[in-house]
Design a protein around this ligand. Structure first.
Ligand SMILES: NC(=O)c1ccc[n+]([C@@H]2O[C@H](COP(=O)([O-])OP(=O)(O)OC[C@H]3O[C@@H](n4cnc5c(N)ncnc54)[C@H](O)[C@@H]3O)[C@@H](O)[C@H]2O)c1
Length: 331
């Protein structure tokens, strides 16, 4: 089978969609560092890049033809597609927006840009609830419980069909819960709550009795995996799928315990009410089998201590941000 990519392609232009988001902004920083030329990295996002981001970026909407057409002029043969509606739980009224961005938006980028290498950001949400045993990437394990996970599974099928039809290459990563500066979810919620209620006078509202299990991983590890995609040879005409996580589960209560310890060191008390039920669209437990990813990328999965250190560092990052005006309601 023909292979695409040699080590030299790391210096070819890369388009990163979702470049203003959490993962996209970290990836673009690393690409600029590695490529020594900001002109080789081109971002695309509906939100502008942060000030002094150091790379060119188009502000545009995935679902608008003319916005994606403008990206064609950039001429990148490698696309990392991170732009998506990334919340797992959201109201009924937003379903069409999720399908438009996550499924039709992915198809639009593929059809219009026709890259040689397309890197797709999928999610452990495609598996649904799988218990505490680690789950392999076999398609028979895909069984999402919500629209978000289903939109990622659907987009994966779009990528696979595109690769087969065009003879180009897709690499899909099913990420666990990524943590680091600017991340979303439980950690920023808890920090923001504690800063609004520093004496622990009001409880933070969390879900599932503290028993929701996820595979948490530091952003630095995820970016290291993404950077290696450009260095490895890939068989053409198909999609390659990898789990990216630590290969171990952690409950939301265990994460909150680490956050509470760091908050306490900063004089902030955190009380949590765990009695909120999990929404139907949220899986109870998923842990990723990362053995194939570790082998292919020659990068060992993060150890438990590294994940805990990343939670601590992320907590400190959010403590140091300007004071939030009000705490959000539930996480
Ligand atoms: N962060 C995680 O833990 C995690 C886990 C699994 C999968 N993922 C996936 O990884 C990708 C990046 O995640 P993230 O955490 O950086 O999310 P994020 O929400 O921080 O970033 C997504 C970016 O995409 C942009 N975007 C969304 N819809 C768009 C549209 N229609 N047109 C143009 N721009 C649009 C947003 O403005 C945002 O900047 C997403 O596809 C997400 O589903 C993330």
């Amino acid at each position: 089978m023909p292979l695409v990519n040699s080590r030299s392609t790391v210096r070819e232009p890369v388009i990163v969609t979702g470049s203003s988001g959490f993962i996209g902004s970290h990836l673009c920083d690393s690409l600029i560092g590695a490529q020594h030329a900001a002109g080789r990295v081109h971002g695309f996002d509906r939100e502008p890049a942060r000030a002094n981001a150091g790379f060119a970026a188009s502000v545009g909407e995935l679902c608008r033809d003319e916005d994606v057409d403008r990206l064609k002029a950039v001429g990148g043969k490698q696309v990392v597609h991170l732009a998506a509606e990334s919340r797992v739980v959201f109201p009924f009224a937003e379903i069409s927006q999720f399908i438009d961005s996550n499924v039709s938006g992915t198809l639009k980028v593929l059809e219009k840009l026709q890259p040689e290498l397309f890197v797709f950001s999928s999610s452990s949400a495609v598996y649904g609830s799988k218990g505490s045993a680690s789950v392999s990437t076999a398609w028979s394990n895909v069984n999402p419980v919500g629209i978000y996970g289903m939109s990622k599974a659907m987009a994966e099928l779009v990528c696979a069909e595109w690769a087969r039809t065009t003879g180009n290459t897709a690499v899909a990563f099913r990420f666990g819960n990524v943590i680091g500066a600017r991340c979303h979810g439980l950690i920023p919620y808890l920090v923001s709550h504690a800063r609004c209620h520093p004496g622990g006078e009001t409880s933070a509202q969390c879900r599932g009795g503290g028993k929701i299990v996820r595979d948490y991983l530091p952003i630095g590890y995820l970016v290291a995996i993404l950077m290696r995609v450009f260095e490895l040879p890939w068989e053409k005409g198909r999609m390659h799928v990898f789990n990216v996580g630590a290969g171990q589960g952690m409950t939301n209560r265990a994460v909150a315990d680490v956050v509470a310890r760091v908050l306490k060191q900063h004089g902030l008390d955190l009380k949590i009410d765990w009695s909120n039920p999990s929404p139907e669209a949220e899986a109870s437990a998923v842990v990723l089998d990362t053995s194939e990813t570790e082998r292919r990328f020659a990068l060992g999965a993060p150890q438990r201590e590294e994940v805990v250190a990343a939670i601590e560092e992320t907590t400190r990052h959010f403590i140091d941000l300007p004071q939030p005006r009000s705490a959000p309601t539930v996480s």
